[in-house]
Ligand binder design. Structure first.
Ligand code: DAH
Length: 360
């Protein structure tokens, strides 16, 4: 039995001192392998008396289990240590700032369209679309602008060519986003709440006019929508869009064929030192046209004016982009000058949202 104690000490100390799995495997073979010391001792049991065999056999089994458990325990400890070591060696500091890579910029018009869409989406407006080549019925007649109406002249319309002998009125490049009001109501009926951002075209060119520019149309129709709702929606929009705590809007009586009553909306601002500041000051800047949708417009879109009413507005996207981001000349928007785009463009990775920040 003394021999067993010595064996036990030898192997348990060996296991404790083993530095890797290979050393453990050597120890296992030396003790428990076919020709291992414990296994050889097991074989000697055959020559013993039954009493000796019983005590020595039990002791050997116990020793075998102990060595086996020690080997397993050590093996687990070694693999834990190896994993810890790997984790330490392969550690990566994810808090290090990234290296920004130029991959182009978002055009101010795209940025502002996203901002406007995010703000109105937050107020329950969906996005509606219509074609840029529009029939004159959608662009004019349905909006209560009959053929002889002076507004047709004011729109400086681009007309599409007609085939020889085709006497129907020519299609036009839409002069405003208002025809999308008709298309959206005709498709969805009432109640409806949509905005329609997009390209529009007019024959005009100077520092603040280009033949193609962008508008966003707004339309909210329900049973009891009033000018008060229009005022709140526009104030909420301006506060969020211009990222100022307070705005003041002035509703000036105006005339549009498709709204009655109609109002042009000015925003309070200041021009101190040539710098435009929105929200305070003693100047006013016109930012949009609006009003209560004319009953004839509702009828043209198949919505019963006896049952439904609501407001509409139309705003220049390029114009509010110039105001917010201090861009002086509209023509540069569409010249594709890379230096301009790098200067006024936005990061492609910042998606504007009302909660995450519009323009950061
Ligand atoms: N369509 C008008 C324009 O291009 C803008 C406008 C004014 C749209 C009043 C509206 C509105 O929806 O109610 O000048």
């Amino acid at each position: 039995m003394d021999g067993l104690d010595a064996l036990k000490r030898k192997y348990l100390e060996g296991v404790a001192a083993a530095g890797d799995e290979a050393a453990l495997e050597d120890l296992r073979l030396a003790a428990l392998g076919k020709k291992g010391e414990i296994s050889l001792k097991m074989r000697e049991l055959g020559q013993m008396t039954p009493e000796q065999r019983q005590t020595t056999g039990a002791a050997l089994n116990l020793l075998k289990d102990e060595i086996d458990a020690a080997l397993r325990g050590k093996k687990a400890a070694l693999s834990d240590a190896a994993l810890d070591e790997r984790l330490r060696a392969e550690w990566l500091d994810v808090t290090l700032p990234g290296r920004p890579r130029r991959m182009g910029t978002i055009h101010p018009v795209s940025q502002v369209t996203e901002e406007v869409t995010a703000i109105f989406a937050d107020m329950g407006f969906a996005v509606a679309e219509g074609p840029q080549i529009e029939s004159d019925w959608f662009n004019f007649d349905a909006l209560n602008i009959p053929p002889e109406h002076p507004a047709r002249q004011e729109h400086d319309t681009f007309f599409m060519a007609r085939g020889a002998g085709d006497n129907r009125p020519p299609h036009v490049l839409r002069t405003h986003t208002s025809p999308v009001q008709i298309r959206a109501m005709a498709a969805q009926g009432a109640p409806i709440r949509v905005i329609a951002p997009g390209r529009v075209y007019r024959m005009d060119m100077d520092q603040t006019h280009t033949p193609m520019f962008h508008q966003v149309e707004g339309l909210a129709i329900d049973r009891d929508i009033s000018m008060a709702n229009l005022k709140w929606v526009l104030e909420e929009f301006c506060r969020t869009y211009f990222e100022v705590p307070e705005v003041e809007l002035r509703f000036r009586a105006s005339h549009f064929p498709f709204t009655e009553p109609s109002a042009e909306v000015d925003i309070r601002c200041s021009w101190e030192g040539g710098q435009l500041k929105i929200g305070q000051g003693d100047s006013w800047m016109e930012i949009l046209g609006s009003g209560m949708v004319h009953p004839k417009v509702l009828s043209a879109a198949g919505v019963d004016p006896a049952e439904w009413q609501g407001f509409a507005f139309g705003m220049g996207i390029d114009r509010i982009a110039m105001l917010k981001y201090g861009i002086p000349d509209l023509r540069a928007f569409f010249e594709s000058d890379l230096r301009w785009l790098r200067h006024y463009g936005f990061s492609a990775l910042d998606m504007p949202s009302v909660f995450g920040g519009l323009s950061r």
